[in-house]
Design a protein around this ligand. Sequence first.
Ligand SMILES: [Zn+2]
Length: 149
Amino acid sequence: MAAPAIEVTPDLDLYRLATDSWPLHYIVCDEVQFYTKAQCEDLARIVDDLDVDVFAFGLLTDFRGELFDGTKRMLELADEHSPLQVEARCWCGARATHNARVVNGGVVYEGDTVMVGDTRDSDAQPLFGDSVRYELLCRNHFRTGDLGT
Ligand SMILES: [Zn+2]
């Protein structure tokens, strides 16, 4: 099964999109951590008023270890939530719970919530002079900034 994706920009009215796309049986939303609070509330309204199932996927916390705004609202509104069955692992083998931002080889805890980085390998492309990448770590190694060797 396949369907074209619709880019969700902050000004997109999801409830209107749903009614304009009628008939609709379910909606799959990705990267909901970046959705606005109003868009998360639109999704709840779509479930309640239109009887449409919404499946939303996204990250829990940002590079600081704090809930994204969209994630926070989704957790408040969702009927159910569960971690993905494929658990990510830290380099130490523990469950990876934090998505660390690594700038020039070191874990950073301050900065813009959204910064594009390379998640594929450790030799990230420099971005505005800095090398930015993301690495999944357990809470302990996120806290201590220990990236292993
Ligand atoms: Zn670890």
